[in-house]
Design a protein around this ligand. Sequence first.
Ligand SMILES: NC(=O)c1ccc[n+]([C@@H]2O[C@H](COP(=O)([O-])OP(=O)(O)OC[C@H]3O[C@@H](n4cnc5c(N)ncnc54)[C@H](O)[C@@H]3O)[C@@H](O)[C@H]2O)c1
Length: 421
Amino acid sequence: MSAPRVAVIGTGRVGLPLALAFIEAGAEVIGVDIDPRVRRIINEERRMPFHEPGFEDAAASGKLRIVERVADAGDVDVFVITVGTPLLHHIETDLSAVTRVIAELSPSLRAGHCVIMRSTTAPRTTRYVRTLLERHSGLGVGTDLALACCPERIVEGKAHEELRSLPQVIGTEDPLSRDAAARLFGLLGVELLHCDYITAELVKLANNVSRYAFFATANVLAMIALDYDAEPHEVLRLGNYRYPRPIGARPGLTAGTCLRKDFGMLSEAYWSSDILIDSWRINESMPKFLVDAAKRRWGPLAGERALVLGYSFKRDTDDVRDSLSAKLLRYLQRECPARLAVHDPWVSASRLEPLHELRFETDLLEALDASSVAFIATNHTVYEEQREAILARVAAGSLRVVDLWNCLGTGHTLIAKDGLR
Ligand SMILES: NC(=O)c1ccc[n+]([C@@H]2O[C@H](COP(=O)([O-])OP(=O)(O)OC[C@H]3O[C@@H](n4cnc5c(N)ncnc54)[C@H](O)[C@@H]3O)[C@@H](O)[C@H]2O)c1
């Protein structure tokens, strides 16, 4: 049987690696994206528009073409929906991109087509998508059309490896859909885990939300320790030392587009998720807590030259969506306006949220020399590698560092010359 012809609708951080992985697996793939930038970079420049290692050759091969509209995708067998599903300011998923795609897609649908929901959504969304598809197309899911919820569970930066290794959850409610989705993901050679729509939706959210709560536990324990003037990393070190039931998570700034919003999707669907709301509050309060902790230990920051190290939401990525660094910078600006800088080796100045008089530093050592206090917001590898250079400035008394991640390995959160505190 020949490989299915696939249209991937929404070629962003999730859709583009998936489209290229299907191409590498031998499928014929077309991308659909309304963003002219992504179309130009793939169609004309033939390179990745963001950092996702392993796909450079596939992007350069020219085998993927991205069109603007679903109607231009031509003759395909499978439509994979990978558009964004952000959270609105209310606790509610913004499904507008998904419903728009369904409306655009429906006139092209015919018997034998398969639609895959890959975007992360709240429980019961796939049922809703089924209703929309049937209403708009006049076709029946399970009789004419296949529909499956196959959530994406990769971590950014490891898509190439994980698309070929993570078991694929396949939520379907009829044999036609089950077989069609299995045929598609069978191309990637991964284990297939079959279940119904709701289970597939919940697996995705449970994977992310449990991590969010896991980090919140580490963060609240860190805040409690610092409030007692104890060292969170020493608590962790001793608590884990030759103890068979270790404290797993380390504290840090916890956000990013997926973890924060996926908690919202579960909360949207289930009213009594207090522990999730608390996790959100804990993780979101870390930037202000760190500024206050520095003030408590070292006094007012008004005369300081503050530097935030790391702007992307996690280690060694260029993705800035929902990063807590921007929030940290906003709090710091209240303390030391006009003396604020940020450095991130992965991010360009154009990606920064505009903040009055914020300087973007490209040279780390010069930035450290120009600063009196640094907050390590993202635990990028480069900051670990520059440990000695950073600590030399601390030892010389010219710099103090807030290192919630223990990125520098000192075991201290607030690092200054006097006793490394
Ligand atoms: N980023 C991750 O690591 C990750 C991991 C797992 C799951 N997810 C989920 O995958 C989904 C996509 O996330 P993402 O990070 O790739 O988002 P993204 O914003 O990077 O990509 C979405 C793409 O869809 C395009 N788009 C929007 N409306 C469109 C339309 N009507 N037609 C065609 N294209 C359209 C946008 O231009 C954009 O390029 C979300 O539901 C997200 O929660 C993301």
